[in-house]
Design a protein around this ligand. Structure first.
Ligand SMILES: Nc1ncnc2c1ncn2[C@@H]1O[C@H](COP(=O)(O)OP(=O)(O)OP(=O)(O)O)[C@@H](O)[C@H]1O
Ligand SMILES: [Mg+2]
Length: 434
């Protein structure tokens, strides 16, 4: 019994069960299988799905299906390969016997517990008590987390008579499955954790908020110096909630023609609404939302800022499924009209001693060597999470120069010295320039 055989038979069972059980939908299919059957028109998976040799090759990189369907040298008796069409399927009426055979194989229980379609069948039809469909389904990433989902919406935009294609140039769109940042890696303050819970509650209770008429919820402003985790937090949210993140840099939408800037603002908000549900992350927020009262201001800038404010007013988590997050380094540049539009302000401060220690522990988790992170944390006052990451990177590189994969305390101590020297240089040259 090889892993390949088990994979192909899992696929055949999944297809057969999915095709015959009305209560199963695209979200029940494991993401690596779902990808191959995705139908972008309906943004889901049309029944019935058909397994072919090509599909087996695509999902598992198996060239020889006949070979994979041999069990101890003998042909697996519950499967049929149609040489003409290349289709592979279970024999008529063979599902139950195939399933009973499958569950007895080594490693099969793990597979069933990761595949909601199978879990459903074993629990509901074969009445097995050691499988839990709900549990398995909750662990399977939903279709909205996949690249195909985003791709379907992008295709739709490209087909649009309007300017869908142009809109796509204004933002980076990422699927949660492509996001690397995770909440677990971020060291958060108590207040940040609290904000996270509030956002989570708002998303889960969208319908309730709608019913009681609370539409102006779900607009969050992240404030703090560079490198304190604002972007990482927004991306980790996308992963946590399994919804795409639309990253907008205001420098990307600012055009030399200010009228165009206003149009771009409208376009990028319209774009986000098409991705419902999603997170819209506006970085460099102060780039445009600076104080409207400054004297040297051009009327057209005011118009762009007004467009931005109006667009913020007209987007809603409750109605459009868009969680709006804006990030800024400069609080002083934002005027009251801007502040008022956000229902939550999340502070990203430079990490405390204890947080620095935890951040270091988190970064060093996968690196060999016993390091006294407490001592490093003491030497890195004012460092941000991003600074600490750079220090560790420097330490790893200098250890590599000595042909070591493991880190020792001096590597980090030296890295701090060189970092301090570097930031000293940075601020000196900055002062020279101004
Ligand atoms: N609190 C933290 N815990 C763990 N890692 C952190 C923390 N803060 C920052 N980092 C790390 O520092 C790096 C930079 O963080 P990030 O880009 O999110 O900062 P930022 O606040 O968006 O900065 P900027 O204002 O320059 O855009 C990331 O790799 C992140 O993992
Ligand atoms: Mg950032």
């Amino acid at each position: 019994m090889t892993e390949k055989s088990l994979s192909v038979i899992e696929l055949l069972l999944t297809a057969e069960i999915y095709n015959t059980q009305d209560r199963l939908f695209a979200n029940d299919i494991p993401s690596e299988i779902r990808r191959s059957f995705w139908d972008s028109k309906i943004r889901g998976i049309q029944k019935p799905i058909k397994v072919t040799k090509a599909v087996v090759k695509k999902i598992y990189d198996i060239d020889n299906v006949e070979e994979a369907l041999k069990i101890n040298g003998k042909k697996f008796s519950y499967a049929i390969i149609d040489e003409n069409s290349g289709t592979v399927r279970l024999t008529d009426g063979g599902l139950e016997a195939a399933a009973q055979w499958f569950e007895k194989q080594e490693g099969a229980q793990e597979i069933i517990n990761l595949n909601p379609v199978l879990a459903y069948y074993f629990q509901e039809i074969l009445k097995r008590s050691n499988v839990n469909y709900e549990d398995t389904a909750s662990k399977n990433p939903p279709k909205e987390a996949s690249r195909e989902w985003i791709q379907s919406i992008i295709e739709e935009l490209e087909d649009d008579k309007g300017n869908g294609k142009e809109w796509l140039k204004l933002a980076y769109i990422k699927a949660p499955e492509e996001v690397r940042e995770t909440m677990e890696e971020l060291i958060l303050t108590e207040r940040q954790k609290n904000e996270l819970q509030k956002i989570e509650m708002a998303i889960k209770n969208k319908e309730h908020l709608k019913q009681i008429g609370l539409y102006d919820i779900g607009k969050v402003l992240f404030v703090g110096p560079p490198g304190t985790g604002k972007t990482s937090f927004a991306r980790a949210l996308s992963k946590r909630f399994a919804v795409p993140i639309i990253e907008v840099h205001l420098s990307m939408i600012t055009d030399q023609y200010l009228g165009e800037t206003s149009k771009n603002i409208d376009r990028v908000f319209a774009l986000s609404k098409r991705f419902n549900p999603c997170i819209m992350f506006i970085d460099e927020f102060d780039f445009i939302a600076m104080s409207r009262s400054s004297a040297d201001e051009h009327a057209a800038i005011k118009q762009a800022v007004n467009t931005l404010l109006k667009a913020i007013d007209n987007i809603s988590l409750v109605e459009d499924g868009v969680l709006l997050i804006a990030a800024t380094n400069h609080t002083k540049r934002l005027d009251d009209a801007v502040w008022r539009r956000f229902d939550e302000i999340v502070d990203f401060e430079r990490p405390t001693l204890e947080m620095r220690r935890q951040i270091l522990d988190s970064i060093l988790k996968k690196i060999e060597g016993t390091i006294d992170t407490e001592s490093i944390a003491r030497k890195t006052e004012e460092y941000t999470g991003s600074d600490l990451r750079m220090v560790v990177r420097e330490a790893v590189l200098s250890a590599l120069l000595e042909n070591r994969y493991n880190l020792i305390q001096t590597d980090l101590d030296n890295a701090i010295k060189s970092f301090d020297r570097r930031s000293g240089l940075k601020s000196a040259s900055y002062i020279e320039r101004i």
